[in-house]
Design a protein around this ligand. Structure first.
Ligand code: IDP
Ligand code: MG
Length: 160
């Protein structure tokens, strides 16, 4: 029971986190993954991936009317991204806090964007903005069979 109990409490919410091409080129992949790992969230999926244009357009469809949309699509498809699915109670809002404000100059020190970026158009990482979008984006970026169900050995030391 001690070992199986945390499974239910971790499985309440999931978020899609992505290291953008600038983060990959700048060798920040390990650093960014590490922040979520150390926090105590559960990694369910992880891959290096060259994003096709239609997927980038679907992912950012809510921003279609924005002036920066074409350059955003060019940016996201310009090189490989690292796709991640993370799980945990409250993971969506907590990941957004770890990531920091959209504009890295306004992001607090200690956040990923606050520590590692200077421009909105090169803000190194994406995080879903709601549990609904977390589910939508994970389904969009991962195929069935690419996600793992597992219980980390440290689970009882993270969740009582
Ligand atoms: P978020 O990534 O913090 O959720 P959104 O407003 O959802 O921010 O915008 C999605 C992405 O679009 C941003 O992370 C950034 O890469 C890009 N973006 C947003 N606003 C601008 C802008 O004013 N100029 C250039 N790129 C932008
Ligand atoms: Mg957003």
């Amino acid at each position: 029971a001690f070992l199986s109990k945390p499974v239910a409490s971790m499985g309440t919410e999931e978020t899609y986190i992505m290291v953008k091409p600038d983060g990959v080129h700048r060798c920040l992949v390990g650093e960014i993954i590490s922040r979520f790992e150390k926090k105590g969230f559960l990694l369910k999926g992880l891959k290096l991936f060259q994003c096709p244009k239609d997927l980038a357009q679907e992912h950012y469809k809510d921003l279609k009317e924005k002036s920066f949309y074409p350059s955003l699509i060019d940016y996201i498809t310009s090189g490989p991204v690292v796709c991640m699915a993370w799980e945990g109670a409250g993971v969506v809002a907590s990941a957004r806090k770890l990531i920091g404000a959209t504009n890295p100059l306004q992001a607090e020190p200690g956040t990923i964007r606050g520590d590692l970026a200077v421009q909105t158009g090169r803000n190194v990482v994406h995080g879903s903005d709601s549990p609904e979008n977390g589910k939508r984006e994970i389904a969009l970026w991962f195929k069935e069979g690419e996600l793992c169900q597992w219980v980390p050995a440290q689970a009882p030391w993270l969740i009582e």
